[in-house]
Design a binder for this molecule. Structure first.
Ligand SMILES: Nc1ncnc2c1ncn2[C@@H]1O[C@H](COP(=O)(O)OP(=O)(O)O)[C@@H](O)[C@H]1O
Ligand SMILES: [Mg+2]
Length: 368
């Protein structure tokens, strides 16, 4: 394979600058001094400000784009010269000091409604009067921009104490940031290992989340580097695991629970959510059809000794609400709206219970 600059430029059109939504080439961020020697490539990206909050993620995305779209064999030389250096982010322990509770939402496998539950929980908590932030960390399928109908929103940056901070998008009373704002969802192959983790750290630590009662994180399904990044970056209050009632989903949910509770990670399980618990047709509201089996998640909760936070039925409006960017939890008079409000209330109860268990006396003892 012979490399030439256009190949590199074409690859870089796959990366967009989140600040403007334009791709790097279009945004004029690629200097025209691309140097190629055999399979070695060097190039420079230009950023306007030394404190650009997207800098690291964009640089990493550019490297990955070249490896993905040009060739795995390209050797990108270390001298991708970004004109300026980013001020370092504060230490982990100082991250999000104004956030009271950090809750990860996870599932054993994809498609069980993890994002639907995340979006509706966030809206329901906001309805209950809490200050809520939602971070869409599902690098394999970011869906919050669509579920909140903010696909075209561009999180912008604001300077605070000399640092450029990403300002979350606000919708339905929820502050929202998504990894999907960085790269087109159909280019999710770009998101691998270190790069995704790095971008996530920025979305957590370099964003103006402000004071929050609940910071929800829609995690990828299964277990991944992203889970590790999140648990290493943040002091999580606990995790919520979403599952459908069928056996395959439950087997994976069990693994998910074990991942959080294992000694190294040690994140408490706040509870299980049984999604798609039954189907009720609009014309026969009394009938419940247990399409995916009956009460599987409820039994798993008992078996693993974790609370069952709620059961959400399969209802067409829930799917439609996700597709058209209006979560059903906005409509508190509907059956589905009430289901999510009660789910939110039971999450709050579990979190409060945890916080009481972790009351200061005990913390003092732990530090002895
Ligand atoms: N309770 C439900 N009733 C009807 N449709 C649902 C329900 N939960 C999820 N869905 C739909 O199922 C699909 C997958 O849900 P999603 O939340 O994207 O799953 P995940 O995030 O776990 O991959 C979406 O189209 C969503 O609208
Ligand atoms: Mg999802």
């Amino acid at each position: 394979m012979t490399l030439y600059p256009k190949l590199i430029l074409d690859a870089l059109t796959n990366v967009r600058y989140p600040g403007t939504g334009k791709n790097l080439v279009e945004a004029g961020m690629v200097e025209d001094n691309i140097r190629i020697e055999g399979m070695k490539v060097s190039f420079s990206l230009v950023f306007e400000k030394p404190t650009d909050p997207f800098m690291k993620s964009v640089v990493k995305a550019a490297e990955t784009a070249i490896l993905t779209y040009v060739s795995r064999d390209v050797e990108i030389q270390g001298n991708i010269s970004v004109k300026t250096m980013q001020t370092p982010r504060p230490e982990v322990t100082q991250l999000l000091p104004q956030v009271k509770n950090i809750v990860g939402i996870s599932s054993g496998k994809g498609g069980v409604g993890k994002s639907t539950v995340s979006a509706n929980l966030a809206v329901a908590l906001a309805k209950l009067g809490y200050k809520v932030g939602l971070l869409d960390a599902d690098v394999f399928g970011p869906s919050m921009p669509k579920m909140f109908q903010v696909e075209d929103a561009r999180p912008y940056a604001e300077k605070v104490d000399g640092r450029e901070m990403i300002v979350p998008v606000e919708k339905y009373g929820v502050k929202l940031l998504s990894i999907g704002f960085f790269v087109d969802p159909d280019q999710a192959t770009l998101w691998r290992g270190g790069m995704a983790s790095n971008a996530l750290k920025q979305l957590i630590g370099d964003a103006l989340w402000g004071e929050l009662d609940y910071f929800l994180i829609d995690l990828p399904p299964g277990t991944s580097d992203i889970h590790l990044t999140v648990v290493q970056t943040l002091a999580m209050t606990g995790a919520v695991v979403v599952s459908t009632p069928q056996d395959v989903a439950l087997a994976d949910a069990r693994k998910g629970i074990n991942m959080f509770t294992n000694e190294k990670v040690n994140v408490p399980i706040l509870g299980l959510v049984e999604n798609m618990a039954w189907f009720t047709p609009a014309e026969l509201p009394e009938n419940k059809y247990y399409i995916f089996g009956k009460e599987g998640a409820k039994r798993l909760a008992e078996e693993m000794n974790v609370p069952l936070l709620g059961q959400i039925p399969i209802v067409q409006s829930i799917r439609e609400g996700g597709d058209n960017g209006r979560p059903v939890a906005l409509d508190e008079d509907s059956i589905t709206g009430r289901a999510f409000l009660s789910l939110a209330a039971s999450l709050v109860r579990q979190v409060d219970k945890r916080n009481v268990e972790m009351a200061p006396t005990q913390i003092v003892e732990m530090h002895k």
